[in-house]
Design a protein around this ligand. Structure first.
Ligand SMILES: Cc1cc2nc3c(=O)[nH]c(=O)nc-3n(C[C@H](O)[C@H](O)[C@H](O)COP(=O)(O)OP(=O)(O)OC[C@H]3O[C@@H](n4cnc5c(N)ncnc54)[C@H](O)[C@@H]3O)c2cc1C
Length: 446
């Protein structure tokens, strides 16, 4: 049990200084709980607080986007197994009581208890309780040349961009007269052998194989997918046996896995490794490296490796009524005696505990520590196969894949998305892959 806020500066202020026409009339007595970030963490928390927060409190969700992205399925967008609409759900369909504001938070005055944000104009909102749930973004400055020469995978836009580039490369290769250049054009390199890197490699190989019949001049044997990973086994979060099974599966499918290799710098169509080796790839996909959002870096709150350090109850040791959760926070987990990993599963669990703690805090009751043992982890590896560890049991192959699909179907937000996803997955079993190069050009660009 923890008691929060002794000796801390109280960031609550009186009165509403919000300047927004559409917000409606806010009672003078209202207190504001503000959540920054409408991702997994922020939305799950708002959902819970809608049921438990006393009526005199207003709940605000400030987020750059008005939809939640179901990130675990982004590799499937690259492989054209599903469409972007299947992995995005509008937050307004998921929340009823919460006031949703699609804005970018620029700065926070913790002493005064005021958030400054913008959309097409500047605005401010006072807060009495504040939750940081703004996630992280791809760190494109982690290595020299990374920004210029790789494609990150963090957002739906990234996934669509990669999908387009893969199709573009096939189109270029199919008419290129030079054999060597054709092989270069169809060489794909992925940095990072964690969940997203492995799932991307599996999806990409599947896509290249099934799209090949439409690109007669491109020989699948000339297409290469190379996965570069910094430690001695891919999927290090899963048991060694499942990592080995994945490696074996990839080797049979001609996906080249390079272990214990780290990129040092990137050049045009080249990864230069610390070992001195040079790997060629006309498309280089980056699934490693994240950094906090810009405004978090400017706060003077306690942080480690860019993440906000919290107490075990997710409060921040600087001001009363200040909390952090999800990927942007370093939350201690009593179960593992270490910080929580940055996963959607943990973000959801943190939301359950934090919702209780916030209500306890405003009622001057003791809060509880976060403690959670994950139920399991799953990774799809392509070819209708997956590896999974659930309740300590290990699964692989088609059984693992059925479980993977079942779990994600249950977890993807909103019933409408579940139905669309289910239909799309079944559709893809009977019809050819979608190889349309999605043009994002507007008429005015011509
Ligand atoms: C490709 C990929 C695959 C993944 N696969 C898995 C998986 O298989 N299993 C799993 O458990 N996890 C997976 N994850 C991780 C999981 O998606 C994250 O842990 C989860 O999204 C974290 O939730 P969050 O709410 O903290 O952050 P996010 O979901 O990133 O949400 C952050 C929100 O904050 C908003 N925001 C940021 N800055 C501001 C600002 N200044 N003002 C206003 N709003 C702001 C953003 O727009 C966003 O809406 C994957 C992630 C990726 C990228």
């Amino acid at each position: 049990m923890m008691s929060q806020g002794q000796g801390a500066v109280n960031c609550a202020t009186q009165g509403v200084i919000e300047r927004e026409g559409q917000a409606g009339k806010i009672p003078n007595a209202a207190k504001n709980l503000v959540i920054i970030g409408g991702g997994f963490a922020g939305v799950a928390l708002a959902k819970r607080l809608e049921k438990t927060m006393p009526k005199e409190w207003e709940i605000y969700l400030l987020s750059k986007t008005n939809f939640i992205t179901y990130n675990p399925l982004l590799p499937e967008v690259i492989g054209a197994s599903i469409l972007p609409g299947h992995v995005q759900a509008p937050v307004r369909l998921m929340l009823k009581r919460t006031r949703i504001r699609m804005v970018t938070v620029d700065s926070i005055d913790y002493q005064a208890g005021v958030i400054h944000y913008h959309n097409d104009q500047q605005g401010s909102l006072k807060f009495d309780q504040l939750v940081h749930a703004s996630g992280v973004q791809a760190n494109m400055d982690m290595l020299p040349g990374l920004r210029e020469h790789t494609l990150p995978l963090k957002t739906v836009g990234d996934a669509l961009h990669i999908r387009n580039q893969v199709i573009e490369r096939l189109e270029q290769a199919t008419i290129h007269p030079d054999d060597a250049r054709r092989r270069e054009l169809t060489s794909f390199v992925i940095l990072g052998g964690g969940f997203s890197g492995v799932e991307t490699a599996g999806e990409l190989e599947d896509f290249l194989r099934s799209a090949q019949r439409y690109y007669k001049n491109v020989d699948i044997e000339d297409c290469t997918v190379t996965l570069i990973h910094g430690t001695d086994r891919i999927l290090p979060e899963l048991p060694a046996k499942l990592s080995a099974k994945t490696l074996d599966n990839f080797t049979k499918r001609n996906i080249k896995v390079m272990l214990n290799e780290r990129a040092e710098r990137l050049e045009k169509e080249q990864v230069i490794l610390k070992s001195g080796k040079v790997i060629h790839g006309a498309t280089i996909i980056c699934t490693i490296g994240t950094t906090p959002n810009a405004f978090i870096k400017t706060t003077l709150l306690p942080s480690e490796r860019g993440k906000l350090v919290t107490r075990p109850d997710m409060s921040i040791d600087a001001f009363s009524g200040l909390w952090a959760m999800g990927d942007c926070a370093l939350v201690p987990n009593r179960q593992s005696a270490g910080p929580c990993p940055p996963t959607a599963q943990f973000a959801n669990q943190q939301a359950k505990v934090l919702a209780k703690n916030i209500v306890a805090n405003i009622n001057h009751k003791p809060t509880i520590e976060f403690s959670y043992k994950p139920l399991g982890m799953l990774a799809s590896i392509g070819h209708n196969k997956a590896v999974a560890q659930i309740f300590g049991m290990q699964f692989s192959g088609i059984i693992g894949f059925m479980m993977w699909r079942g779990v994600y179907l249950l977890k993807v937000p909103t019933v409408a998305r579940k139905v669309r996803l289910f239909l799309e997955w079944n559709w893809a079993m009977f019809f050819p892959p979608d190889i349309a190069h999605l043009g994002f050009k507007r008429s005015s660009d011509d």
